[in-house]
Ligand binder design. Structure first.
Ligand SMILES: O=P(O)(O)OC[C@H]1O[C@H](O[C@H]2O[C@H](CO)[C@@H](O)[C@H](O)[C@H]2O)[C@H](O)[C@@H](O)[C@@H]1O
Length: 372
């Protein structure tokens, strides 16, 4: 697969925010920017039309299909001796989204002599999906590989969680963090200091808090429902709600959103995500970070994004349609995606980052020897 041939000219249309700060590690850092001012172009012009309850329910059911038990997969491939329908479907799907592990040499050939930027989603990518969102811890082994790769490659975590929460889970100072689906971006600070901040949705803070409180109040009677305040967006979890009550969850969220035309809803993995009607998503966050790092519009840069969720598709799409890189979808079940490659689960993400760091480090040594 020729990655480059798939990249067309960028299709982004909204103007650059007026006081867009640069967050680059290697650039002069601009001062902390609070209450950023943005061009009206940042707001979505078409008002979001709230879909009917049945559409919401359909989306809730399809957003997190029960994972098929796919066994015996390994780095080198899948156990094709099994005739299990799910395994066959997964193998067919791998033709379109090859494993980033089995395609590793191809990826490295393409990455050779390029500067890399690595973007990592958190839930379902660095940490396994668990029932309680407060207990979605990342393993020490995963933390160690992310810490190691970040020594050589600018690395960012891009999550739907609040930036503080995901920073607390990951626990590494040296990374870029983009919380609230990219609406809250911070660069690594110097020792004991905060880095630069970019918050395109800051004016929505009060509104989001208000909606969070209403959602907590109205859903408290639904057993298993959980509302999470992600600062510039709110998650309504229904993973632990009996399926018979999903309609009630959807109804309650819909009732509240009727009063907030400037908020919209997206679906994640057994979660409804309430967020501002802004032209800002994980794809825009990747674009912003590349620009801040001085790595945009360069032929010698390869951005790689690894993620598992629907909201990661915005980043995959950005990279595919002119962002100069590619996405890797983490999924153990077939899914349509704008990613180029796939990995089955966080343990394969762990393996990929290890192999990638080692190969990249070796490459740096070779370059160093050549110039010596
Ligand atoms: O962009 P992400 O970092 O993937 O964040 C998306 C949502 O992730 C979290 O929820 C998901 O993971 C939970 C823990 O494994 C799981 O219980 C839940 O069902 C998943 O949807 C997070 O709690 C949400 O706030 C994020 O929106």
């Amino acid at each position: 697969m020729d990655i480059k041939s798939n990249h067309n000219a960028p299709t982004l249309t909204d103007p650059t925010p007026i006081n867009k700060p640069r967050l680059g590690l290697y650039d002069a850092l601009l001062p902390y920017s609070s209450g950023a001012v943005f061009s009206p172009g940042l707001f979505l012009k078409v008002q979001w039309k709230k879909p009917g309850l049945h559409n919401w329910l359909d989306a809730m059911k399809s957003s997190s299909p029960t994972h098929q038990k796919l066994t015996k997969a390994s780095v080198s491939g899948i156990d094709t001796s099994s005739n299990d329908v799910a395994t066959v479907a997964y193998c067919n799907w791998l033709v379109k989204y090859p494993s980033a592990l089995t395609s590793f040499e191809h990826i490295m050939k393409y990455a050779n002599s390029k500067r890399i930027a690595l973007f990592l989603d958190y839930d379902g990518t660095l940490s396994p999906i668990v029932d309680n969102p407060d207990l979605a811890f990342m393993s020490d082994a995963m933390r160690a590989v992310v810490k190691n790769v970040a020594k050589y490659i600018p690395t960012a975590i891009i999550s739907g969680r609040s930036r503080d929460k995901v920073h607390e889970f990951v626990g590494l100072q040296e990374l870029y963090y983009a919380g609230s689906h990219g609406m809250d971006i911070m660069s690594p600070g110097k020792e004991g200091e905060d880095g630069n901040l970019f918050q395109p949705a800051s004016e929505f803070l009060a509104m989001i808090n208000e909606v969070y409180k209403s959602l907590v109040e109205t859903t408290k009677e639904i057993k298993g429902a959980k509302v999470e305040n992600n600062k510039f967006c709110v998650s309504v979890h229904y993973r632990n709600v009996d399926e018979k009550s999903w309609q009630t969850v959807a109804q309650y969220v819909q009732n509240i959103l009727k009063d907030y035309p400037r908020l919209r809803l997206t679906h994640g993995r057994k979660v409804l995500e309430v967020r501002p009607v802004l032209k800002w998503d994980k794809g825009k966050a990747v674009e912003f970070l590349l620009e801040s790092l001085g790595l945009n519009n360069c032929d010698d840069v390869l951005p790689i994004y690894i993620g598992d969720d629907r909201t990661d598709e915005d980043a995959f799409k950005f990279l595919r349609e002119g962002g100069g890189g590619f996405g890797i979808l983490v999924s153990c079940a077939p899914k349509e995606s704008s990613a180029f490659y796939s990995l089955r689960d966080p343990s394969e993400v762990h393996t990929f980052i290890i192999i990638f760091s080692k190969t990249f480090f070796q490459h740096l040594i070779n370059v160093f020897r050549m110039i010596k």
